[in-house]
Design a protein around this ligand. Structure first.
Ligand code: 5RP
Length: 224
């Protein structure tokens, strides 16, 4: 079976009746959402909170009941994908540009589960470019401020030769680094820069990661 499908579907085993479930974004959690919809048709009672407009549309299409974030103060369980996961379960997210809403929902979740194929598990973060969401106003200045931190090489994300716009109306700077030795320090440094809305480092947030390898193997990884 496709590793993304295997990991994505496995996460549904942790969903229980009456939970508020954060619905992540991307091609792995897509399988989680499909499986959840199946379970709902069989009688599972949950409400979902989508982390992006794409996920919201998918959930509506599949008949998953949704609840608005404005009426919530916590989420029981959030399930999402990741671009990189290290052995401490620090993550890079935001390859799909949904990092801000994903982090907001993960931050109020009692449990936060990552689903990923084996290629996402790395010893050190940073091979995947780190996405940073910035406001369009003065983004060039924000980029210069980010560059002062070190050799981070932020590049404006483009789509069809124009800036990629997030669901929140912002831009993304993708940062090309050799490796990120101290993600907990970098996330603080980045978020202190005015103009930075959020960055794609998720540190000390993930409870466990469901990693699917080749030959239909699944490993549940807890931070070390
Ligand atoms: O952070 C994300 C979107 O902002 C995704 O979770 C991440 O990019 C992984 O996506 P995929 O499962 O398609 O590889």
């Amino acid at each position: 079976m496709d590793s993304k499908k295997l990991a994505g579907e496995k996460a549904v085993e942790f969903v229980e009746d009456d939970m508020i479930v954060g619905l992540g974004t991307g091609s792995t959690v897509y399988w989680t959402i499909l499986k959840l919809a199946e379970r709902i048709k069989e009688g599972l009672k949950i409400n979902g909170v989508p982390t992006s407009k794409d996920t919201e549309q998918l959930a509506i299409k599949l008949g998953i009941p949704l609840v608005d974030l404005s009426v919530l103060s916590k989420v029981d369980l959030a399930i999402d994908g990741a671009d990189e996961v290290n052995p401490n379960l620090a993550l890079i997210k935001g390859g799909g540009g949904a990092l801000l809403r994903e982090k907001m929902i993960a931050s109020i979740s009692e449990k936060f589960i990552i689903v990923a194929d084996g290629s996402k598990f790395v010893q050190s973060l940073g091979t995947f470019p780190l996405p940073i969401e910035v406001i369009p106003f003065g983004w060039e200045l924000t980029k210069k401020q980010i560059e002062k931190i070190g050799p981070i090489n932020p590049i404006l994300r483009l789509k069809n030769n124009t800036p990629f716009i997030t669901d929140n109306g912002n831009y993304i700077l993708d940062c090309y680094m050799k490796s990120i030795e101290k993600p907990e320090d970098l996330t603080v440094q980045l978020n202190m820069i005015p103009g930075v809305v959020e960055n794609g480092l998720f540190v000390n947030m993930c409870d466990f990661a469901i990693i699917a390898g080749n030959n239909d193997t699944i490993e549940i990884k807890y931070g070390c």
